[in-house]
Ligand binder design. Structure first.
Ligand code: DMJ
Length: 389
């Protein structure tokens, strides 16, 4: 059969192409066994590979899939690559090698990870920026939210996905999370636990909505590690998720702002006008879902239902769902954008929160950063290529 491939001649984000397009192709292959999905994933990955052709092997952020030209954003600390982007390729590229028998994809992401591992880290923390030519850190901005988030998520999930064989991933996860616990987690005077951004030694005392995935990550890590640390990590999971719920509960719409601050006077509320928006993000519901599955505490379903009602009330419009610009106003302006992650993640996590545990069991699947499910080794749907067995 002759197939024709049209490749758009413009730049796209390597990270977004990976988590959204690659992730969904791989999930569809796992679920159906239809090689069309696997082969499309290979075509896409081969066109993404030139982004890794840098002096260090650390990929650029942007790639033109037609020409193979790649580069970084100018705003990213003098042309650096971004931690959450370069560190969020591992699940997909590693799985693609396993289902095709072609080691090239896995070798790229393994090299990125071992490069990161070999670097000296400030207080054991990973800055958000690294230069792909020099292999040196850029600005020492550190975050479990924007620009950092899914790097940590993928360390843990790579270990889980590998059937716990990938011990490098586990060690790096544990080291990174312990450094985060030591330097970035705080408790407010009102008793709310939050994970703050750091700029060098300066603590920002704010949490981004994106960082609300961390409750689920700590919980998943606690369950997978099953050791002396687990109880502690589970407590952080519950506390961080409660704080994210508070950021929703303290608004009139019962939806959470993009960032929320902790000062002497205010806790878990946004103090900056330009950051009071809610753009249909999933992270808080992702944590409700994982914590529900692992604890069976009914409050997570109650909180999830509050969210469903708030989405219906404030975000539903005749054509679908929209973001809003101010969660503290009942008649906020709407942004008229229905993000694709609303379907891939937000609705999926809310649906799974109210489903039986055996629908996409956490024992058999890991979710990529866009909530596309990838099988864990040992799941019969892993479909490993015979040559890699
Ligand atoms: C999603 O595209 C992914 O979860 C990504 O990793 C960061 N967050 C957005 C949705 O908020």
């Amino acid at each position: 059969m002759i197939t024709m491939t049209m490749v758009v001649n413009s730049e796209i984000s390597l990270f977004e192409a990976n988590i959204r397009f690659m992730g969904s192709l791989l999930t569809n292959y796992a679920l159906t066994g239809d090689v069309m999905f696997r082969d499309k994933a290979v075509q896409l990955a081969e066109r993404m590979l030139p982004a890794f052709q840098t002096e260090t092997g650390i990929p650029h952020s942007l790639i033109n899939l037609h020409t193979g030209m790649s580069r970084n954003y100018g705003w990213a600390s003098g042309g650096c690559s971004i931690l959450s982007e370069l560190g969020t390729m591992h699940l997909e590229f590693s799985y693609l090698s396993d289902i095709t028998g072609n080691p090239v994809f896995k070798s790229k992401v393994e090299h990125v990870r071992s490069t990161l591992r070999s670097l000296e880290k400030p207080k054991g923390l990973y800055p958000n920026f690294i230069h792909p030519r020099t292999g040196k850190w850029g600005l020492h901005h550190i975050s479990l939210g924007a620009l950092g988030d899914s790097f940590y998520e993928y360390l843990l999930k790579a270990w889980i996905q590998s059937g716990k064989e990938d011990t490098e991933a586990r060690e790096m996860y544990e080291e990174a999370i312990n450094a985060i616990i030591d330097h970035m987690i705080f408790k407010s005077p009102g008793g709310l636990t939050y994970v703050s951004d750091l700029k060098y030694d300066k603590v920002e005392h704010k949490m981004g909505h994106l960082a609300c995935f961390a409750g689920g990550m700590f919980a998943l890590g606690a369950k997978a590690m099953d050791n002396d640390e687990s109880r502690n990590h589970m407590a952080y999971a519950a506390e961080l998720t409660r704080t994210c719920h508070e950021s929703y509960d303290r608004s009139v719409t019962k939806l959470g702002p993009e960032t929320f601050h902790f000062t002497d006077k205010t806790e878990a509320k946004c103090l900056k006008n330009g950051e009071k928006y809610y753009i249909l993000r999933p992270e808080t519901f992702e944590s409700y879902f994982i914590l529900w599955r692992l604890t069976k505490d009914p409050k997570y379903r109650e909180w999830g239902w509050e969210a469903v009602e708030a989405l219906e009330k404030h975000c539903r419009v005749p054509g679908g769902f929209t973001g809003i610009s101010n969660v503290y106003s009942v008649d906020s302006a709407k942004d008229d954008v229905q993000q694709s992650y609303f379907f891939a993640e937000t609705l999926k996590y809310l649906y799974l929160l109210f489903s039986d545990d055996n629908l996409i069991s956490l024992d058999d699947w890991v979710f990529n950063s866009e909530a596309h499910m990838l099988p864990i080794k040992g799941n019969p749907l892993y479909r490993q290529a015979p040559t890699t067995l």
